[in-house]
Ligand binder design. Structure first.
Ligand SMILES: [Zn+2]
Length: 110
């Protein structure tokens, strides 16, 4: 089986942290990330993904009313075909996700 990112370490850069990576759905339920370097919400293309972490029980099960069936973290490598920007993003339910985006930013900013 081929290794994600050819087995090299991966972590999103300053180009995607602190709210700089955004996106939206199209007319369906598919979600698209926008290139943070190009104007006009140019779409990033997910090149590959990996299941970075998986837990049988959700780590915040004792703190929420609706418990996720499992904990997971997915990582994606994204590419802009226009400017060749490439970076990583993770989608996870294993960190605390209550409250607002501003509160999440204050929890995670260094
Ligand atoms: Zn771009």
């Amino acid at each position: 089986m081929r290794a994600f990112n050819d087995g090299k370490p991966y972590h999103g850069t300053d180009a995607v942290t602190d709210g700089k990576l955004t996106g939206a759905t199209d007319g369906t339920d598919y979600f698209y990330f926008f290139c943070p370097k190009c104007p006009n919400k140019r779409l990033l293309r997910p090149l590959e993904y990996t299941v970075r972490a998986r837990e049988e029980s959700h780590p915040y099960a004792d703190h929420v009313d609706v418990v996720a069936p499992e904990g997971f973290t997915l990582a994606f490598r994204l590419l802009c075909d226009h400017c060749l920007f490439t970076d990583f993003v993770k989608v996870s339910n294993m960190g605390w996700q209550g409250g607002t985006h501003d509160e999440a930013m204050s929890r995670t900013s260094q």
